[in-house]
Ligand binder design. Structure first.
Ligand code: ATP
Ligand code: MG
Length: 470
């Protein structure tokens, strides 16, 4: 169930809210109505589920803070409804609203809003005092949450004795100590310097893994949005331009505005193994006979197969040469001919940036497995290389595959000490075309077969090449 639900929510600041809503609904442009009021949020609808980090991203003035203040009940929508845990907050009395806020919602602000004359512990316990929690328990809970955010032992200090990053941790501890199910964070990390900011992002992700809060996180930092958000809403001029996962927004932007907005994002941090993994039919059960395996080698035109059990747990690989050997020995199953060395597994959420190194050394395609080591898909090296070459200049990546000149003109002015004419002939395929980047370099140490593996003796299964240019 949605913990937060916004349905066609509008907020107009000004003399005549309803009139502005009416006129924009009838097709007027908000910029022509500034005499009547500022339409800060226009027809916003979304749901945030339990345990989700929902990021609202947009330029300054796009309506992010106004939106979060309506969720918090600080502003009443000019039109539309906001529901918290299924209850429309527009129909609540002031007392009910205050109660709902206290029970359900905590906020973390950009400027830490700590009370300067209270200790760190008292600040962390602040919301608990408001909730009427007994002092002893409040102090205990405050200390627990200060510990959780890495501030154990700092409870007796005052805010001005702490760095900015530490003060924001107190803000976070204060919000967490209230133990509400919803956490609203408005540019909570924006005032921090980049390293501390990254630490706080990591900490939030880590805490969220065990807390499972419903978080609405506002930022105008794209990389932060992409790193934290399970889903992201991109706001433009009061409207939500797109809602989707970071991958949706990067790979399927709804319009040019969103596409331009996200063009500088570091895709290697955002895209994951699951976005480039491929299905493979080069898979065989461990109980299968060597002859079945040989038929598969032929049908799939590969030199190795992944071996799984009946519930797709990955057990190893078998090469075509081992299968032939097993058949000659009249083996009934492949189990005794498994190879377990040299397979590298990654999780579906492994960022692209972490696939380059394993892929460059792997003798077989990377296997993508779930937490139980069940095979979800494979990533041949060529898919990693392709994904890099499609990243575009914004990431600063060099194109990986540079065509060799058809003929090499003799050059008289070349420094003889640089002459590498004794070097071995370039290998075919990727190795020949690659520049000095690591993956291609590693590929050049072995013969690369068109199927993306190191050939029949690699002991590894290969994916066929048809999906490799996806
Ligand atoms: N209290 C207010 N009275 C009048 N106009 C307001 C008020 N609060 C916000 N606005 C206007 O509403 C629009 C959206 O403002 P909002 O603060 O929601 O933007 P934002 O996306 O949070 O921007 P920023 O990234 O700068 O924080 C702006 O045009 C702003 O001037
Ligand atoms: Mg704001």
């Amino acid at each position: 169930m949605a913990v937060v639900r916004a349905s066609h929510v509008w907020k107009v600041f000004g003399r005549n809210e309803k009139e502005v809503v009416k006129r924009i609904k009838a097709g007027a442009d908000r910029s022509d109505l500034t005499d009547l009021g500022t339409a800060a949020v226009i027809d916003a609808s979304f749901e945030v589920s339990k345990g989700e980090i929902f990021v609202v991203m947009g330029l300054s003035g796009s309506g992010k803070s106004t939106l979060i203040r309506m969720i918090n009940g600080l502003w009443a929508p000019s039109d539309g409804t906001i529901e918290i845990a299924g209850n429309d907050i527009g129909t609540m009395s002031t007392t009910e609203l205050r109660q709902a806020r206290r029970d359900h919602i905590s906020m973390v602000f950009q400027h830490f809003a700590l009370l300067p004359h209270r200790t760190v512990r008292e600040n962390a316990a602040y919301a608990l005092n408001l909730q009427g929690v007994a002092r002893g328990e409040a102090i205990e809970r405050a200390d627990t949450w200060l510990d959780a955010v890495g501030l154990g032992g700092w409870g007796d200090k005052y805010p001005n004795q702490l760095s900015g990053g530490m003060q924001q941790r107190v803000g976070l501890a204060r919000a967490l100590a209230a133990e509400t199910d919803i956490l609203l964070m408005d540019e909570a990390f924006s005032a921090l310097d980049p390293l501390i900011r990254r630490e706080m992002q990591d900490q939030l992700v880590e805490l969220q893994a065990s807390l499972g809060k419903t978080i609405v996180f506002i930022t105008h930092d794209l990389n932060e949005a992409m790193y934290l958000g399970d889903r992201i809403a991109v706001m433009r001029d009061g409207r939500i331009a797109q809602i989707g996962t970071s991958e949706d927004i990067l790979t399927r932007p709804t319009d040019d505005y969103v596409a331009n907005f996200v063009q500088d994002v570091d895709r290697t941090r955002v895209l994951t193994a699951s976005s480039i993994m491929q299905d493979t039919n080069a898979v065989v059960r461990h109980s299968a006979s060597p002859r079945t395996a040989m038929r598969l080698f032929e049908r799939e035109r590969v030199s190795g197969l992944f071996v799984i059990d009946s519930t797709r747990h990955l057990l190893g690989t078998v090469s075509d040469s081992s299968a032939v050997r097993a058949a000659r020995e009249d083996a009934t199953a492949l189990s005794d001919h498994l190879e377990t060395e040299g397979i590298l597994t990654v999780g579906p959420d492994t960022p692209l940036s972490e696939l380059f190194a394993p892929s460059s050394t792997a003798r077989v395609p990377l296997a993508v497995v779930d937490d139980d080591n069940r095979l979800l898909g494979v990533i041949p090296r060529i898919a990693v290389l392709n994904s890099m070459s499609q990243l575009g200049p914004a990431t600063g990546e060099m194109p990986l595959v540079t065509p060799l000149p058809a003929t090499v003109e003799p050059q008289d002015d070349i420094d003889p000490s640089l002459d590498d004419s004794d070097a071995p002939e370039p290998k075919p395929g990727i190795a020949a075309a690659g520049n000095a980047d690591e993956p291609a370099h590693a590929a050049s140490s072995t013969t690369t077969f068109p199927d993306g593996t190191d050939g029949p003796d690699s002991g590894g299964p290969a994916d066929d090449t048809k999906g490799a240019d996806r």
